[in-house]
Ligand binder design. Structure first.
Ligand SMILES: [Zn+2]
Length: 301
């Protein structure tokens, strides 16, 4: 599978102590079936068509030799094989504009395009919360001596997110990385010390320091490092462009390059980096698109 992408920068993290608490909902994913005259059947699986949401495109019944899938600046190339339910993942970034999107699928057999499908998606408006925060000025305007470090780490993260396993490494449904109070703060627009600064691109789970943090699913550890903004951080590549990350840990229990199973420990919770208290910042990306990790829990794989 081929995939082309742009780089994106790290957006950082914070714990709000006084937000209402929510629990994840039971599965309420939607499905949409698209049938082609060639006999190919695709199924779209998603929670909502909104900014910050993932979308799985499943080739339910593969008849053609190849399917080329085009979405925005991304393109994918699937070859029919004997495994039913091949799929790919798309993400609508948290900052993406609402409006119409088209997923184009080209079906090829015998070296010729047999059919083109244009699947229209209407991305609805999503009203993200806003929040004012007061933090140490060094995080809003980092001191000069750490600017090189921040730049290096941003480049490292771009590199980490630029390639993903072409094999799906995850197994079955995704799980919460820990028990704890879950804050519905994905996508929150943040105003630091009265200056609009960033968007909160994960969810926060309040847990005591030292609380065990588990892998949301199986994959390969592609980063286990201490970073300026996110503190001790682990990133797992689950394949097909899907990454999960775990930030502000007090202790890392995995190493880069290591394979990890769903539910195994990645580290212990803490408050390292830009953080006001012990919590887990849990985030998910589909290549450059920053999506709500809670949406992932509701999709069937
Ligand atoms: Zn956070």
């Amino acid at each position: 599978m081929l995939r082309f992408r742009k780089f994106s920068v790290l957006i950082f993290l914070f714990l709000p102590f006084f937000l209402p608490v929510i629990q994840p909902l039971a599965s309420r994913a939607e499905t949409r079936i698209i049938e082609s005259a060639t006999g190919d059947v695709f199924e779209l699986r998603y929670r909502q068509l909104q900014p910050g949401e993932p979308l799985a495109v499943v080739w339910k019944n593969a008849v053609s030799d190849f399917a080329g899938v085009y979405f925005g600046e991304s393109s994918f190339w699937l070859k029919r094989d004997d495994r039913p339910g091949q799929f790919l993942l798309l993400g609508f970034d948290v900052m993406s504009e609402p409006g119409r999107r088209v997923v184009e699928i080209q079906l090829w057999s015998g070296g010729q395009i047999k059919q083109k499908l244009n699947i229209e998606l209407e991305i609805a408006v999503r009203d993200f919360p806003k929040k004012k925060l007061t933090v140490a000025q060094k995080y809003v305007t980092p001191p000069r001596e750490v600017l090189d470090r921040i730049k290096r780490e941003a480049e490292l993260l771009s590199l980490v997110y630029s390639s993903s396993s072409s094999e799906w490494l995850a197994e079955g449904s995704f799980i919460l990385p820990c028990e704890g109070k879950l804050f519905p703060n994905f996508g929150q627009r943040r105003i630091y010390n009265n200056v609009p600064r960033s968007v909160h691109t994960g969810v926060d789970i309040a847990v005591p320091p030292g609380h065990p943090i588990k892998a949301t699913n199986s994959g390969r550890v592609v980063l286990a490092s201490d970073l300026y903004y996110s503190g001790k951080t682990v990133i797992i590549d689950h394949g097909l462009g899907l990454f999960s990350s775990y930030a502000h840990l007090s202790k890392l229990l995995v190493k880069r390059g290591q394979m990890i199973k769903k539910g195994e420990l990645v580290g212990l919770a803490g408050s390292t980096g830009l953080s006001t208290g012990p919590h887990l910042h849990w985030a998910v990306k589909i290549y450059e698109a920053r999506v709500d990790p809670l949406a992932l829990l509701e999709l069937e794989f």
